[in-house]
Write a protein that binds this ligand. Structure first.
Ligand code: ATP
Ligand code: F1X
Length: 312
């Protein structure tokens, strides 16, 4: 069984406008709403590919009830912990003319100590049947920056493979606990390394270092450039297919969903890496977030090549 955890779940609202004009009145031509947050999206993709997932997280207030309701409508399996404060709304505005996305992300609720302790107990209970555990997204206020690191330590003791996809201090601390998979994008790596512009050789060097610390799959997602992967056998480059981009929000989550689904099925890592890129790209073709279809992913795979660029 795969479990995903979204500590800062959200209502993902998407607005489409002909062209977005800052400082002016913009009329919305279409809108949609989904239950979201990174771990929720990862789970949605795994289920679309044929896997089984439990979605964990915090929900509170009217937005929390709406998230639960929306995910129930999708028949996704949730085990949320109720909190006092209200979940956030994350807004994506799609500028149809420029094919550009602008995101406005609320900070989200504060989590109280007793709520956090409930979550740690829930994680312990999940550890009894999870084989993969996905920790994704920002940490809400009230939760220590070392939260993911603490969860990784606990899960690793039980032999569970943990994937971490976050940013800033949560990522820095999380890496020290040596998860099984990390998936930073270019911005997250820029922050982590502290260098404004990264060349491929910088990523390769950083990836090898992280892999040698013990992280089994170091995955750098690079948008339309595809991705770089480092494991104990080498460094791999995977191209992204050419697609008609509609909304890239959630592509990183779809990428992680595809990767974990294939690894959990026992696929060779090089095959799983191609599925990761195919799922990320399949997501970008849709307006809705992380609603990929397996047939689309399979057809994109034909345009994806993996190349070993360095032996280890
Ligand atoms: N413009 C694009 N064309 C083709 N594929 C894309 C494009 N943008 C993203 N992808 C696919 O999605 C994957 C993940 O994208 P990206 O690196 O942008 O993730 P991310 O920044 O973590 O995304 P997010 O945080 O919005 O979920 C890429 O590896 C690629 O396969
Ligand atoms: O604030 P976080 O947790 O880093 O990111 C939140 C978020 O942007 O991530 C997903 C897309 O990846 C959306 O569902 C959600 O709105």
């Amino acid at each position: 069984m795969i479990t995903t955890l979204t500590l800062n779940a959200a209502i993902d609202q998407v607005y489409e406008v002909g062209s977005l004009m800052v400082g002016q009145t913009n009329r919305v031509s279409q809108k949609s709403q989904q239950g979201g947050g990174k771990g929720v999206n990862v789970a949605r993709v795994i289920v679309a590919l044929g896997g089984d997932v439990i979605i964990g997280g915090f929900v509170g207030g009217l937005n929390g009830s709406r998230i639960t309701e929306l995910l129930q409508e999708e028949n996704l399996q949730t085990e949320f912990i109720q909190i006092q404060e209200e979940n956030r709304i994350c807004l994506t505005v799609i500028n149809q003319q420029k094919k550009e996305m602008t995101e406005l992300l609320e900070t989200g609720p504060t989590i109280y100590e007793y709520e956090w302790n409930k979550m740690l107990n829930w994680v312990e209970a999940q550890a009894e049947h999870a084989s993969y555990f996905v920790l994704s997204g920002s940490l809400p206020k009230g939760i220590p920056k070392t939260a993911y690191a603490e969860i990784i330590h606990r899960l690793k003791q039980k032999g569970i493979r943990v994937a971490l996809d976050t940013s800033g201090d949560a990522l820095k601390h999380g890496i020290k606990a040596i998860p099984y998979i990390i998936k930073p994008n270019e911005d997250e790596m820029t922050q982590l390394i502290g260098k404004p512009v990264l060349a491929q050789k910088d990523l390769v060097q950083a990836g090898i270092k992280l892999q040698e610390l013990g992280i089994e799959h170091v995955c750098f997602s690079l948008g339309e450039q595809g991705a770089l992967f480092v494991n104990s056998l080498g460094v791999y480059k995977v191209n992204a297919p050419r697609i008609n981009v509609v909304n890239t929000v959630g592509s990183g989550d779809a990428f992680l969903g595809g990767l974990i689904y294939k690894l959990s099925q026992g696929a060779d890592p090089t095959e799983a890496y191609k599925w990761a890129v195919a799922c990320g790209s399949a997501n970008a073709e849709n307006k809705e977030i992380a609603k990929v279809q397996r047939v689309t992913v399979e057809s994109l795979l034909a345009e994806i090549q993996i190349t070993k660029i360095k032996e280890k």
